[in-house]
Design a protein around this ligand. Structure first.
Ligand code: ZN
Length: 197
C-alpha cells in the first residue's frame, strides 16, 4: 500500500505516528511523509527518517502543490493532524488536506482512506478529547520510536517522549496491548474506503 502522511513539522511523524510508520515499513508498505512547515535545521533532522526507507518531502503550505504531490504518490491512505489540534499549524495541515480531498477523489480519481492522528495529551483546542476508532499496536517498536524522536536534537525530545509514551500506554489499555498509537478514520464525501491502517 502507498501511505502518505501530511504533517506540519519534522518530528510530528515520529511523535504521533512513529510506531505505525515502522510497522508499515516492516510490512513492505510504501510510506511518504510530506511536511508543510520546516526550517533548515529541522529538515536535516527529518531526513534521518529516510534511513528507514521512508520518503520525506518538504513543500510550501500551498494547496495546489500539496494536491500535485499527493496525486503523484497515488496513496491508498492519507493521514494528517486532527481538526481540533491545538497547534495552529497542525490544524492548518488538516484544513489544507481536507480542502483538496474532493479534488483528489473526483477529478484525480484517487481511492483512499482518510485518517487523523493523536495530539498533545490527546486534547483539542476546545478541551474535547481525541476519540479514535483505530489503534495500532506499537509495543514492538517503542524503543525504535524513541530513537527516532531523539534524532530531533533541536527539540525537547525527553519532554515529548514522556508525554507521548503516557498517551500510547492509555491507548494500549483500550486496545488490549502494552502501547498503541491511535487514529480517527473520517469519511471522504460520505464514504469509508476499504484501506485499513
Ligand atoms: Zn508539530
Amino acid at each position: 500500500m502507498n501511505i502518505v502522511y501530511v504533517l506540519a513539522h519534522p518530528d510530528d511523524a515520529e511523535i504521533w505516528c512513529g510506531g505505525t510508520i515502522l510497522t508499515q515499513i516492516e510490512k513492505g508498505d510504501n510510506v511518504k511523509v510530506v511536511y508543510l512547515y520546516s526550517t533548515k535545521d529541522r529538515k536535516r533532522e527529518a531526513l534521518l527518517l529516510s534511513k528507514h526507507k521512508v520518503k520525506v518531502e518538504f513543500i510550501k503550505p500551498i494547496e495546489k502543490i500539496l494536491r500535485r504531490v499527493i496525486k503523484d504518490f497515488n496513496p491508498n491512505i492519507i493521514i494528517t493532524h486532527w481538526f481540533k489540534d491545538c497547534h495552529h499549524e497542525h490544524k492548518d495541515c488538516f484544513d489544507k488536506v481536507y480542502k483538496i480531498l474532493p479534488e483528489l477523489l473526483v477529478f484525480d480519481k484517487l481511492k483512499f482512506s482518510f485518517f487523523v492522528c493523536d495530539t498533545y495529551n490527546s486534547i483539542g483546542f476546545d478541551n474535547s478529547k481525541f476519540i479514535p476508532n483505530t489503534y495500532i499496536d506499537i509495543s514492538k517498536f517503542n524503543k525504535n520510536k524513541k530513537e527516532l524522536i531523539r534524532n530531533h536534537t533541536s527539540q525537547p525530545c525527553d519532554y515529548f517522549i514522556d508525554m507521548v509514551e503516557k498517551q500510547n500506554k492509555n491507548w494500549g489499555i483500550e486496545n488490549d496491548c502494552k502501547l498503541a498509537e491511535s487514529y480517527l478514520q473520517l469519511p471522504v464525501q460520505g464514504n469509508f474506503y476499504e484501506y485499513k491502517l
